[in-house]
Design a protein around this ligand. Structure first.
Ligand code: MEV
Length: 452
């Protein structure tokens, strides 16, 4: 039966960390002492580091561990990277590594940032004649740029800043609804704070401008700001990663599948994901297996990257594959266009101890280089998934990991693991089947004795 408090708690956030845990374990768990030990057991042994982690969020009571792995030998634009990946799904890192190795022998990944523009909007209502606002927009822009100088000066020194402010009227949303649509370059930072600061300042300037404009009538001097916020849809913060080789250089595949047949099947699999949203979603999920793992390892915002990537995948009105493939004149070409608003300075990238190490492991990349690495890993992951799907199927690889997880869960010894792995090498793995076989090993040791 569920154990839950009869009353809501008041002032939870004011409790100490131990106080919070005590309330939780006593009210929600059958064995409070054990859970208390577990939750505190995941605290960082270094108190200062734990304080840093606690500072990222609120009501923190413990840490949630995820595996931190690496894919070595990822060759991007002629440079080898050992790429950190934080992911809980078995086979993802192995698949990325295997695809990276495959392409390492065929020239590696070629990646190129197409543009790095971020976006933000001030949404507002103004009920005067549209043309009047348009006529005053040049003056308003001058005021907008002037008032944010204090925030943009540093960014401009680094080569960034505001690159465009557009006034957009969208009467189809509501009469008098407008946007200040703003493009920004935020250099090596993801730029969320910078952008939102600029936008909120723009909102104030907009109000001041409208309220004091001598050419506006009393009614026209009223403006209502609805909200000022960055857009996570950044189709112009775009990177392309690509691999290519002669079809015959693809080699041969399981069950005697020729390079030509493989290339054709592979290209068709991509084509299917271009047309069928059901397949496209899974196809793109495979890409994000790699993308998210590196985005998380480097302390970037994976929700923003995911939201943007999926919006981009549906940019023509239908959700489609983010990657493309063509086989032309004996040449196999596979590429991925993906918007990635990433940073390598500021925010969690600088604060999270492991994010900092990840960036060091990658050789302190610029945001541009990180975009190229992440897109390449996404493409590697997609290649590995499709290669398995059009040849052996993915269960073969997955089941090996699945079996290991079951064995760990059942507390198998090394000897037991070897015996079970041997037994299931040509059989379908199920939890039930593994447990039964393990029981046999344990209850009839003589039958399974290692023969001299
Ligand atoms: C599993 O996490 C990802 C795949 O389903 C991707 C795909 O189907 O392309 C293997």
């Amino acid at each position: 039966m569920s154990k839950a408090p009869k009353q809501p708690i008041a002032g939870f956030s004011k409790l100490s960390k131990v106080g919070k845990i005590k309330w939780i374990v006593e009210n929600f768990f059958r064995d409070p002492d054990t859970v208390m030990r577990e939750l505190t057991g995941y605290w960082h042994h270094n108190e200062d580091q734990q304080k840093v982690l606690d500072g990222f969020s609120e009501n923190t009571i413990s840490n949630f561990l995820l595996p931190y792995g690496v894919a070595p030998n990822v060759l991007v634009n002629g440079q080898y990277y050992c790429v950190p990946m934080v992911i809980e799904e078995s086979s993802v890192v192995a698949a990325a590594s295997s695809a990276a190795k495959f392409w390492m022998d065929r020239g590696g990944f070629h990646a190129r940032v197409i543009s790095m523009i971020k976006k933000g909007q001030v949404h507002f209502i103004w009920n005067g004649p549209h043309q009047k606002l348009v006529d005053h927009f040049a003056d308003m822009q001058t005021a907008l740029y002037r008032d944010v100088q204090v925030y943009t000066a540093n960014m401009e020194l680094r080569g960034g800043g505001i690159t465009r402010i557009e006034l957009r009227a969208l009467p189809e949303v509501r009469a008098g609804y407008y946007q200040l649509d703003v493009d920004l370059e935020t250099c090596d930072s993801m730029g969320a704070n910078f952008t939102n600061t600029i936008l909120e300042s723009f909102a104030q300037t907009l109000c001041r401008f409208v309220e004091t404009c001598p050419e506006f009538s009393a009614e026209e001097r009223e403006v209502q700001v609805i909200m000022s916020i960055l857009s996570n849809y950044t189709p112009d913060c775009l990177v392309r990663a690509e691999v290519s080789c002669l079809v015959e250089a693809l080699g041969t595949f399981a069950d005697g599948l020729t390079a030509e047949a493989f290339a054709e099947k592979f290209a068709l699999a991509v084509q299917i994901a271009k047309h069928d949203p059901y397949r496209a979603t899974t196809h793109n999920k495979g890409i994000f297996n790699g993308v998210d793992a590196v985005v998380i390892a480097t302390g970037n915002d994976f929700r923003a990257v995911e939201a943007c990537g999926h919006a981009y995948a549906a940019r023509d009105g239908q959700y489609r594959s983010l990657s493309d493939c063509e086989v032309v004149d004996g040449q196999f070409r596979f590429w991925l266009d993906i918007p990635l608003a990433l940073g390598t300075v500021g925010g969690l990238t600088t604060l999270h101890p492991m994010a900092r190490r990840s960036l060091e492991l990658l050789g302190e990349p610029t945001a541009r280089e990180l975009m190229e690495i992440v897109a390449s890993v996404g493409l590697a992951q997609n290649f590995a998934a499709l290669r398995s799907l059009v040849t052996t199927g993915i269960q073969q690889g997955h089941m090996k990991m699945h079996l290991m997880n079951i064995l760990v869960n059942l507390g198998a010894t090394e000897r037991e693991k070897n015996l079970v792995q041997g037994h299931f090498s040509d059989k379908v793995v199920t939890y039930h089947g593994v447990r039964e076989y393990l029981e046999q090993i344990r209850t009839q040791p003589a039958t399974f004795a290692v023969k001299p």
